[in-house]
Design a protein around this ligand. Structure first.
Ligand SMILES: NC(=O)C1=CN([C@@H]2O[C@H](COP(=O)(O)OP(=O)(O)OC[C@H]3O[C@@H](n4cnc5c(N)ncnc54)[C@H](O)[C@@H]3O)[C@@H](O)[C@H]2O)[C@H](O)CC1
Ligand SMILES: [K+]
Length: 531
């Protein structure tokens, strides 16, 4: 693929945005919908042929709805029939009840079925679900029932058809979206096809990447059906849409070390972290910051924790922060110790393992209010802001990266309905004027301008203690090297997930520990990101 194009982020659209892109292409550019459907169906047939291996004499059963999703299925049926397959097309409606383009393609099939001397094309107009039992066992089932037109929980008999489909062991190819999956949220609406593979038209849909989407889609192929890139990019600016970064884009964004760099020019990352209870978190975060390329990492922790960290950290400098007799960080004395370093630092991370002592939380808030450094606020740094969220829009000013998991986000934002996760992240990143990295599978990054990114890498191996500390360290390490918070958050997620993917490819997803991310990071940076 063209390296320049490859560096482009991939638009991830809602159903509404996809329909808008269709409309633009058809009405403004003049590319007929029938041509879009023909291209969509032919692209889907290519994927079906790859799934079958050989097409001739294989049996394919296509379940087709009466909308354009069904229309894509009719085109696919015609193409596979022409390549020698035995094709059974199952519909629930007459052509008169179908969309125009679908009906036109259905009538094509009717003429073909009559004309084919080999009688390899069979049209079944279903009036009773029992008739499904007369269908031959297929080598491949095609779900062309519903796509982006699904707007509510599946009605009968589509719902029963979906359940029937899922009962068959043969591979299932879903057209555009597995029927029953909400294309904007990844929720299952009543029932949904569990596809082996999904071939989606024009662009990725949000629902394929969130919620139940990854589990129900199987492998996803995006078919270029002739919608111009600028039309897709324009559509992706609608609320609820997102982007996915490519390796090429991350390679472009990742900082390169200057040939004449010295430890300060490569960026000083100041990390305020650690407590008696949590000494691992600062180690993970500080090591990650150093490993991703920060030239100088300084970890400021409560004084009596310093000796413990000194046994675990060699290249990371340590700074003991005075404590109150109550055991929290003493704000005034701490600033006396910190001030010089705050001038020299290029980025700040507050939170990993910091603990929730009231004195420490007050210190963390004051530190964030006073500094104008780009900052990452993670874990107990976020907990210190609970009840003080007004500080975020007042001080973040686009310089902060907040990295909450779901629980931390709910403590900050309240019991927010996260059905539309993209819209929620979009709204809060704009409202708080910060970069909001909401961790999850996948994690999502909202920028202050409303742009949202869905992480393209990572796997369940990341579901282990300490990976959040590593992620926070990667973020601050990239900030310290001059990356803007917007790109630092997307890169940290993408690279961290890529290391987890590297680990899982070699050792599976059940044994990874967070420190493995630090071990394999250099190799993945070198081989996958050319660093
Ligand atoms: N992306 C593109 O550029 C192209 C996509 N194509 C395909 O077109 C469908 C969208 O087609 P549309 O006709 O708008 O909707 P559907 O076919 O998905 O469904 C409409 C159909 O479904 C019925 N329906 C709606 N909700 C329910 C429900 N809850 N239960 C049962 N039935 C329901 C509704 O009555 C309609 O009859 C897209 O996915 C692509 O596959 C174009 O072919 C090419 C361009
Ligand atoms: K479908």
């Amino acid at each position: 693929m063209n390296p320049l194009l490859e560096a482009h982020p991939e638009p991830v659209l809602t159903a509404r945005a996809m329909r808008e892109a269709d409309r633009q292409t058809i009405e403004t550019l003049g590319l007929p919908g029938r041509v879009l459907m023909e291209t969509a169906g032919r692209g889907a047939a290519e994927v079906a042929a790859r799934m079958l291996g050989t097409v001739a004499a294989r049996t394919v059963v296509c379940l087709c709805g009466r909308g354009n999703n069904g229309g894509d299925g009719f085109v696919l049926a015609r193409v596979l029939h022409a390549r020698g397959a035995h094709v059974h097309v199952v519909t629930l409606a007459d052509a008169s009840a179908m969309s125009d383009d679908a009906a036109a393609n259905y009538r094509l099939l009717e003429h073909l079925a009559e004309a084919d001397p080999a009688h390899r094309l069979h049209l079944h107009r279903l009036t009773d679900l029992a008739e499904l039992d007369h269908l031959p066992r297929a080598d491949l089932y095609v779900d062309a029932l519903l796509g982006t037109g699904l707007s509510s929980p599946l009605r009968a008999p589509i719902r029963e058809l979906v359940q029937w489909l899922n009962e068959h062991p043969a591979p299932i190819l879903a057209i555009d979206i597995p029927t029953g999956l909400d294309s904007d949220t990844g929720q299952v609406l009543g029932a949904a096809v569990a596809a082996t593979r999904t071939v989606t038209m024009g662009a990725l849909k949000v629902g394929l990447l969130l919620g139940e989407g990854p589990r129900l889609c199987g492998t996803v192929d995006v078919i270029d059906i002739g919608i111009p890139r600028h039309v897709l990019e324009q559509a992706a600016r609608q609320p609820g849409c997102a982007w996915r970064a490519s390796d090429a884009l991350i390679r472009q964004w990742l900082p390169r070390r200057a040939h004449d760099a010295h430890k300060y020019s490569a960026g000083l990352a100041l990390i305020v972290a650690g407590s008696r209870e949590f000494t691992g978190a600062p180690v993970m975060a500080a090591t990650a910051a150093a490993r991703i390329g920060a030239g100088y990492v300084l970890c400021a922790c409560p004084s009596d924790v310093r000796p413990v960290l000194a046994t675990k950290l060699t290249e990371v400098a340590l700074l003991g922060l005075p404590e109150t007799e109550r055991g929290g960080i003493d704000q005034e004395d701490a600033f006396d110790v910190l001030d010089g370093w705050l001038e020299r630092a290029r980025a700040l991370l507050v939170g990993p393992g910091l603990g929730r002592h009231p004195d420490t939380q007050r210190f963390a808030r004051t530190l964030l209010e006073r500094t104008s450094l780009p900052a990452v606020i993670d874990a107990d740094g976020l907990n210190a802001l609970v009840g003080f969220t007004e500080l975020i829009p007042r001080h973040a000013q686009g310089r902060w990266i907040l990295t909450p998991h779901l629980g931390e986000f709910r403590r900050l934002a309240g019991d927010v309905d996260l059905t539309h996760r993209i819209k929620v992240v979009q709204e809060y990143a704009q409202q708080w004027h910060c970069v909001l990295l909401l961790k999850g599978m996948p994690s999502v990054v909202g920028w202050p301008d409303g742009t949202v990114w869905i992480n393209a890498t990572g796997n369940p191996a990341l579901a282990t203690a300490g990976t959040g500390d590593v992620l926070a360290g990667l973020c601050v390490g990239l900030l310290a090297q001059g990356l803007p918070p917007t790109q630092a958050a997307v890169c940290a997620l993408h690279v961290g997930g890529a290391v987890a993917d590297h680990y899982a490819a070699h050792y599976g997803t059940a044994t990874m520990m967070a420190s493995d991310l630090l071990t394999y990071l250099p190799a993945v940076l070198r081989t996958r990101f050319d660093r």
